[in-house]
Design a protein around this ligand. Structure first.
Ligand code: SAM
Length: 235
């Protein structure tokens, strides 16, 4: 029996998420997160995706390339459990796992064939910019949607009470950005997920954070359950 395989990527992701910090923990938690799946090499051909536009959603199988060489443990600490309790890695969706394979069901917004490049337009991604794609499969509601399934410690969509406000500078900046990016809604949805690591969440006082979305640096402050976006600037 063969137990070792070589896999070639079929394409890669172009995403507004330029670093791991602030990426939502699952797809569709931030539905304004637009991305492109760019087919590469021999797979960059219309025949490989013919008919895919009939599906509203697809599974993207990918490699956690940013962390793949950092190893894995049998037990991990799911953020859901406050970073304290441990579960088996195969009982979680942790990024640090054997083979470093991820899977996300995302919205398929369109397929482009401009200039000989096949590009799938995606919505609601939880993928880092540059993520290598290993396979694509259509999402099949009759089989993949399981409304009666239970999911133990991850049974419900994560709830958040976090609110978000914007400074005058941030609003002025957003007004000049391509409206198609829906930047204000996008930033709001990202911050409502509370991207801070679990150990920072109960800290007293105001904390400052920064992240990069698209080509923009975004700085904000957290005070209790409130995020205030102070400044947005170009990279
Ligand atoms: N939906 C996928 C799954 O269940 O396999 C991914 C879930 S994983 C918990 C989501 C996190 O993976 C994101 O919040 C981000 O921090 C991380 N991530 C996304 N793309 C990555 C990449 N290419 N390399 C390493 N980490 C990545």
């Amino acid at each position: 029996m063969t137990t070792s395989f070589a896999i070639d990527a079929i394409g890669h992701i172009r995403s507004p998420y330029k670093q791991k910090f602030a990426i939502p923990r699952q797809p569709r938690l931030v539905d304004t997160a637009r991305a492109q799946l760019v087919l590469t090499g021999e797979f960059n051909h219309e025949e490989f995706v013919r008919g895919i536009e009939e599906f509203t959603h697809i599974w993207v199988l990918f490699r956690f390339h940013e962390t793949a060489d950092k190893g894995y443990s049998a037990l991990v600490r799911p953020p859901r459990l406050g970073g304290n309790a441990r579960k088996g890695v195969f009982a979680t969706r942790a990024t640090f796992r054997p083979n470093a394979i991820g899977m996300s069901a995302v919205e398929l917004l369109g397929v482009d064939y401009a200039n000989g490049q096949v590009t799938l337009q995606l919505g609601g991604v939880d993928l880092l910019d540059g993520t290598p794609v290993l396979d694509i499969k259509p999402y099949l509601p009759y089989s993949d949607a399981l409304p009666d399934a239970s999911a133990g410690f991850a049974d419900t969509r994560p709830q958040t009470q976090m609110t978000v406000s914007f400074s005058e500078q941030a609003l002025t900046f957003i007004a000049k950005v391509d409206p198609a990016l829906q930047l204000q809604t996008f930033i709001t949805q990202v911050l409502q997920q509370d991207p801070r690591p679990a150990y920072k969440k109960n800290k007293e006082g105001t904390q400052s954070y920064g992240m990069t979305l698209y080509d923009f640096n975004i700085r904000w402050q957290v005070d209790g359950e409130h995020n205030h976006v102070e400044q947005i600037s170009p990279l």
